[in-house]
Design a protein around this ligand. Structure first.
Ligand code: GLU
Length: 275
């Protein structure tokens, strides 16, 4: 059986959600971001290019402006995102000696050919400067994103934009389960998904975390999008630093295979569970 080899991945997009950046309502917490930044630096030392898609702007703004969470209109969320985005970038910058860069995109930017090309070229140039691009959705204009938590989808779109070979979605659960692990202690983790089907998508349940806007279903949708573009996805627990096992060529979480033909990619050495 082939074994998973992290060396084969050179161009990685990592998505980190609000539940890790603002755990228990503490916005811009170092608790889970510091180990993730250390992992990113290790990847960079291994000559991999990394692009970070980071949520957390709204949570940072809510905390800064001390806005009541239960009374967030769209305009209030957008104002919070505008304030919080600056905090968020400063937060990430603290962990890196080199500069980090902020890119705010909308789905329209990615659809529009010229803007698509400009965004790709900007990210490529930043990689050449060894600067970490940090992407978030432009919440001022992308109103639907705030309602549906599309940063999972944004991460898949960014991965496609830059021809990434791996998308790592860091969540607060260990991966995809065959039932909701918060409700069913017997639920089992699915380590490998060959192809996302409607049955797989039905495994996604709404998120249990108040800070997060997406659930497993949006992550699976993102993985499906990436898969169609030939990109493998790993959904793993950022709280337990599950991504660090990748440095030892092990997957702790759920690996979702891309639609690339079998002979064009290495398959991880784990049992296939049909979901
Ligand atoms: N763009 C939003 C933020 O930075 C979050 C969207 C999401 O988590 O999916 O707060």
């Amino acid at each position: 059986m082939d074994s998973f080899n992290f060396n084969q991945y050179q161009n990685i997009v990592i998505k980190v959600g609000s539940s890790l950046i603002a755990p228990d309502g503490r916005s811009c917490s170092t608790q889970y971001c510091l180990p993730l930044a250390s992992f990113i630096k290790k990847c960079q030392h291994l000559d991999k290019t990394v692009t970070l898609v980071s949520s957390g702007a709204v949570a940072a703004g809510v905390n800064t402006l001390k806005i009541d969470h239960s009374d967030l209109t769209l305009a209030k969320k957008q104002a919070c995102a505008a304030v919080g985005q600056a905090k968020l970038i400063n937060h990430w910058q603290r962990f890196f000696d080199n500069h980090v860069a902020q890119l705010l995109l909308t789905a329209d930017d990615i659809k529009h050919p010229k803007r698509h090309q400009n965004a790709r070229k900007t990210i490529e140039q930043l990689h050449q400067y060894a600067i970490l691009p940090i992407v978030n959705e432009n919440d001022t204009v992308a109103t639907a994103e705030l309602k549906f938590g599309d940063n999972d989808n944004l991460a898949a779109q960014v991965a496609t934009l830059i021809n990434a070979d791996l998308l790592i979605i860091c969540s607060d659960v260990d991966g995809v389960y065959n039932d909701n692990p918060h409700q069913n202690p017997q639920a089992e983790l699915i380590p490998y998904i060959e192809q996302i089907t409607d049955k797989t998508l039905a495994l996604g349940k709404p998120t249990h975390n108040a800070q997060a806007t997406g659930g497993m279903v949006t992550k699976l949708g993102a993985a499906q999008f990436a898969s169609k573009a030939g990109i493998n996805t790993i959904i793993c627990n950022g709280k337990s630093e599950a991504y660090t096992s990748l440095l030892e060529h092990k997957i702790t979480g759920t690996f979702i295979s891309s639609n690339k033909p079998y002979n064009q990619q290495n398959k991880p050495g784990i049992n296939i569970i049909n979901a």
